[in-house]
Write a protein that binds this ligand. Structure first.
Ligand code: ADP
Length: 193
């Protein structure tokens, strides 16, 4: 099984590149942001609770997203691999993910970290807010709060995996296809196609 974490700040292109990667490699795409938005759309209890955090630009509590990922892993016992997008976002989530995968005799294979300048991130998110149905992209204060949460709680997740030599950094600015080719090259270097 190949388990990839696509890592990077909000607006770094994780969602866009994830779609292309799962199409090419046939993995299961697990985006905690998408899973939470589905819960909100269904007006579930979990969704209502999560929305209060998301609308303030804060992270949703660890146990909520860890529970969702645990269920999603169990629901796909025959997957050839998973692409984690927007998860793990804290060190506690990273440790929980390692434990969940170890319980299945597996582990994280590679972390690809997209690097994009702060200015470019804010511009991309505000631009996405013009057309997206996501309330958290429309307000510059919420965008700034998300970036702050990333720096305070999420950036260290890359250090956690770097200790195990699993992280490769990719410049996330340029054309979508060029960035995709860089990601694919790193994956194929680890897992011959
Ligand atoms: P982006 O990375 O563009 O901000 P996401 O769709 O990944 O967008 O996440 C949107 C929001 O959902 C986040 O700001 C956060 O509130 C919540 N969220 C998503 N994934 C997680 C996670 N792993 N842990 C905590 N909160 C999360």
């Amino acid at each position: 099984m190949f388990n990839l974490i696509l890592f990077g700040p909000p607006g770094s292109g994780k969602g866009t590149q994830s779609e292309k990667l799962i199409e090419k490699f046939g993995w299961i795409h697990l985006s905690t942001g998408d899973l939470l938005r589905k819960e909100i759309a269904n007006a579930s209890q979990l969704g209502l609770e999560a929305k209060a955090f998301i609308d303030k630009g804060q992270l949703v509590p660890d146990e909520v997203v860890i529970g969702m990922i645990g269920s999603a892993l169990d629901a796909n016992p025959n997957a050839k691999g998973f692409l984690f997008d927007g998860f793990p976002r804290t060190e506690a989530q990273a440790e929980a993910l390692d434990n969940l995968l170890a319980g299945k005799g597996s582990e994280i294979s590679l972390v690809l970290a997209l690097e994009v300048s702060e200015e470019e991130l804010v511009a991309r998110l505000l631009n996405r807010g013009l057309t997206s149905s996501r309330s958290d992209d429309r307000d510059e204060n919420v965008i700034r709060k998300r970036l702050q949460e990333y720096h305070n709680k999420t950036a260290i997740v890359a250090d956690y995996y770097a200790k195990f030599g699993k992280v490769a950094k990719i410049k996330g600015e340029g054309s979508i296809d060029d960035i995709f080719r860089l990601l694919v090259a790193k994956i194929e270097a680890k897992q011959p196609a």
